[in-house]
Design a protein around this ligand. Sequence first.
Ligand SMILES: Cc1cc2nc3c(=O)[nH]c(=O)nc-3n(C[C@H](O)[C@H](O)[C@H](O)COP(=O)(O)OP(=O)(O)OC[C@H]3O[C@@H](n4cnc5c(N)ncnc54)[C@H](O)[C@@H]3O)c2cc1C
Length: 412
Amino acid sequence: MQMNVKPIPTLDPRINEIRTLTAQIVNREILPNERKLWAGWRDGATSEDRRAARELREGIKQKVKQAGLWAPHLPPDYGGSGLNFLEHAYMNEVLAYSVGAASLFGVVAPNSGNQQILLKYGTEEQKKKWLVPLTEGKMESGFSMTEPDSAGSDPRSIKTTARREGDQWVINGHKWFTSNGFRADFLIVMCRTEGVGADNGRMTQIIVPKDTPGLKIVRGVEVWGRPSDHCEIVYDDVRVPLTNALGRAGSGHQAAQDRLGAGRIYHCMNSIGQMWRAFDLMVERAMMREVHGGKLESKQFIQGFIADSYIDIQSARLMTIHCAEKMEGGGDPRTDISAIKIFVPAAYERVVDRAIQVWGAAGVSGDLPLAGMFTGARTLRIADGPDEVHKILIAKNILARYHNGESWDFGN
Ligand SMILES: Cc1cc2nc3c(=O)[nH]c(=O)nc-3n(C[C@H](O)[C@H](O)[C@H](O)COP(=O)(O)OP(=O)(O)OC[C@H]3O[C@@H](n4cnc5c(N)ncnc54)[C@H](O)[C@@H]3O)c2cc1C
């Protein structure tokens, strides 16, 4: 089934154009080739499968570039299409319909987040050395913040230190879940540096080339029972020049917040695209499958699944768009970002769960994208700040407003 994307009458014409162009590539180039595109990753893949898949991917990337949609998060000076925030957000719900399609549009985590941080905080020298090769695909990168021995949901607890010695930083610490760790040529490492004031003001992000002596990759941590490139890394007296700090010393926490803020809206729009796909698959199956003397679609349990999923998708989508519009309009979107960070992955999980149920055994098989979506949705409830932390933030912001003598204005 193709994704049904028509212009939205209330939207800016340029956003409609981007959604339409993206849908054309997803429908014509990606969906018909979905199994072949990622065949190289499957157990038992041959070198011929990998070669054919690579060739297919390169062909699609060329079409994405011709359509002016390549690397939406980067300005044209760095080879991107320079989409603005809302254009990029609306594009995501379309391209995410096919899991993995983002990489064919030049958006690959964690490189894309690192590119944005380098763009905002990097010196000209750092941009030349790290950002340009990253955007040209000549380098890979990772973001190394979470630690096994401290709570990732409380960044103030980070134990990894960087101390100044002459013209160098000396880094000591233990990280894990550094995604893309095996392939990365450099890592952006969140460190505690000396300084005054609150803990948040003592964090500094430092660029560490992976071949620096003292940096040891311990292992790729298995995730959902499969090997992964989310790496455990020890930094043992790792020395890099002082000029490898990103931004001024002490700006690391703010840089991490910048990375996550807009990123969470983009992730939610991705989740919505994937829910949309799961929904289409569920309805398609309900119309096809004959059980106990009738099509699944005629059973009220299944009609309930369809209605509940429609409600989940619409509410997740409208909440996310409201949040994106608030951000674009210069309002304070923090409460809404936390709200969508909780609601959307949970709605995504529910929608995929129902689609899996309707497909029966096929739902958990490798023949459909649903199993991968399900583990992805569950993981999202932990990564980028777990639900509980965001609930605390929502309550804090709301209570502060009421203590200030105001109440909440749900219209704004
Ligand atoms: C697939 C994957 C990829 C990742 N990639 C990266 C990466 O590239 N780089 C990186 O640095 N990190 C990465 N992470 C790590 C991720 O950001 C952290 O897992 C996340 O921030 C949570 O930290 P934690 O695992 O240490 O959990 P903890 O902070 O130990 O929290 C555990 C649980 O405690 C509860 N909790 C926490 N605080 C409170 C509270 N105040 N009140 C009540 N309950 C609370 C929550 O239920 C939470 O889930 C990745 C994680 C996954 C799963």
